[in-house]
Design a protein around this ligand. Structure first.
Ligand SMILES: CSC[C@H]1O[C@H](OP(=O)(O)O)[C@H](O)[C@@H]1O
Length: 367
C-alpha cells in the first residue's frame, strides 16, 4: 500500500533476481529500514525474530527462503534441510507450513538442477496469489462497511481492529485492513480504533503507521478500551486477522482477540475475521484444544522500546526484576463469537460445512 503516496509491498525479489528485500518491521514506526535476505537461514531468522510477521507474510518469506536454499543446495537433502529449518521458525500461523508444503510439492519431483529457478517462480506465484486473495477480501469486506455506511446515512463508520493484519502482515493490502483501505479509496468515511496490542504493540507501531501514511483516520487505544467503546455505541464492527482457522470455525489470532470478541458479543457488535484460504486448517478439528499457541520471550513484556524527545531509541524495563512473566502470543476465539469470516470467496459462517463447500481444495490438502 501507499507510504506517503509511494507504493510499497512488505517483501519483494530484488533486481539482482535472487536476494529478497523486506521491511524490517521491528524498526517501525520510528525507522523505515529495508533488510536484505540472502540465505535460507536469513529467512528463518527473519520469521523467528519477527523482522517480518503476520501469517501470510510469514508464508511468503518462507517460500522465498526455500528459493534461497535451492541456490545453496538443491539436493533432496538440501530441500529437506530447508523445509525443516523454516517450518519451525514459528509454530502458530499455518501459512508457514502451507507455503513450505506448496514449495516442496513443486520442487521435489524435478531435477535438482532446475530447482532454484522453479523455486523462485513458485515463490513469486505465492506472493502474487496473496495480493490477489487480499484484493478479494477487500471487495467482500467492503460490502459489510457499505451496508453500515448506508444505514448511518453518511456518518463515519467506526471499525475496531486488533494487532496488525494490515499490508505489513501480508505482501500487500492486508486482510483485516483490506476492506478498510478499499472503503477509504471509494470515499466512504471510515475511522479505525487501533488496539495498541501489547506486548509487541503491532497495532500502535504498525497499524497506526500504515493507516497514517495511507491517510486513513484512526485512533490508537490501549487494549483494554475496546469494551468501553462498544458499550457506548462507538464501534460499528470489529475486523481482525487470524493465524489459523480450525475446521470447526474457531479462530486463532493475536492474544487479546478472544477478549475483544467477548465484548463484541456482549454488546451486539458484529465481529468479523478476515483471512486468506491458506489460513484454514482442516487438520485441526477443535481450535481451542488443538492449535499450538506460541510462547515468546518474557523480554517482550518486561521491556519497551521507544523514541526519546531528542530522537534516540531507548529500551526501558517496566516490570520489577525477578517478577515472573508469561507471554502467550495468541489465543483462540470460539466460532460462536465470530459473526463471519471474510474470505476471497465471500463472507462465510464459521462452520466446517460452509468452509468445506467454499474451499474444497483445503479439505483435499488435509487428507
Ligand atoms: C494477516 S495475519 C496477521 C496476524 O498475525 C499477527 O501475529 P504476529 O504479529 O505475531 O505475526 C496477528 O495475529 C495478526 O492478526
Amino acid at each position: 500500500m501507499k507510504v506517503d503516496g509511494k507504493h510499497f509491498r512488505s517483501i519483494w525479489r530484488e533486481h539482482d533476481g535472487w536476494s529478497i528485500g523486506a521491511i524490517d518491521q521491528r524498526r517501525l514506526p520510528h525507522e523505515f529500514v529495508v533488510a536484505k535476505l540472502t540465505s535460507c537461514e536469513d529467512a528463518a531468522v527473519a520469521i523467528r525474530d519477527m523482522l517480518v510477521r503476520g501469517a501470510p507474510l510469514i508464508g511468503a518469506t518462507a517460500a522465498y527462503g526455500m528459493a534461497l536454499a535451492m541456490r545453496e543446495d538443491a539436493s533432496d537433502a538440501g530441500l529437506k534441510r530447508a523445509y525443516d529449518t523454516l517450518v519451525v521458525a514459528r509454530p502458530t500461523a499455518i501459512n508457514l507450513k502451507w507455503a513450505l508444503d506448496e514449495m516442496r510439492m513443486a520442487l521435489a519431483p524435478i531435477d535438482p538442477l532446475e530447482r532454484a529457478e522453479a523455486a523462485y517462480a513458485r515463490a513469486d506465484e505465492i506472493v502474487e496469489q496473496d495480493v490477489e486473495i487480499n484484493r478479494g477480501i477487500a471487495g467482500n469486506g467492503l460490502k459489510l462497511i457499505e451496508a453500515i455506511a448506508s444505514k448511518k446515512r453518511g456518518e463515519i463508520v467506526n471499525v475496531l481492529t486488533h494487532c496488525n493484519a494490515g499490508w505489513l502482515a501480508t505482501v500487500d493490502w492486508g486482510t483485516a485492513t483490506a476492506p478498510i483501505y478499499l472503503a477509504h479509496e471509494r470515499g466512504i468515511k471510515v475511522h479505525v480504533w487501533v488496539d495498541e496490542t501489547r506486548p509487541r504493540n503491532q497495532g500502535a507501531s504498525l497499524t497506526a503507521w500504515e493507516l497514517g501514511h495511507h491517510g486513513v483516520p484512526h485512533t490508537v487505544i490501549p487494549d483494554n478500551t475496546g469494551g468501553h467503546l462498544m458499550q457506548h455505541g462507538m464501534v460499528d464492527l470489529a475486523i481482525v486477522g487470524t493465524d489459523r482457522v480450525a475446521a470447526n470455525g474457531d479462530v486463532c489470532n493475536k492474544i487479546g482477540t478472544y477478549l475483544k470478541a467477548l465484548a463484541a458479543h456482549d454488546n451486539g457488535v458484529p465481529f468479523y475475521v478476515a483471512l486468506p484460504s491458506p489460513t484454514i486448517d482442516f487438520t485441526v478439528h477443535d481450535g481451542i484444544r488443538d492449535i499450538p499457541i506460541e510462547q515468546r520471550s518474557g523480554v517482550e513484556v518486561t521491556d519497551m522500546t521507544g523514541r526519546t524527545a531528542d530522537g534516540r531509541l531507548e529500551t526501558v524495563r517496566i516490570v520489577p526484576e525477578g517478577s515472573p512473566v508469561a507471554n502467550y502470543a495468541f489465543d483462540v476465539t470460539p466460532a460462536r463469537l465470530v459473526t463471519g469470516l471474510i474470505t476471497e470467496r465471500g463472507v462465510l459462517k464459521p462452520d466446517r460445512d460452509e468452509l468445506a463447500a467454499a474451499f474444497p481444495e483445503r479439505i483435499a490438502a488435509a487428507e
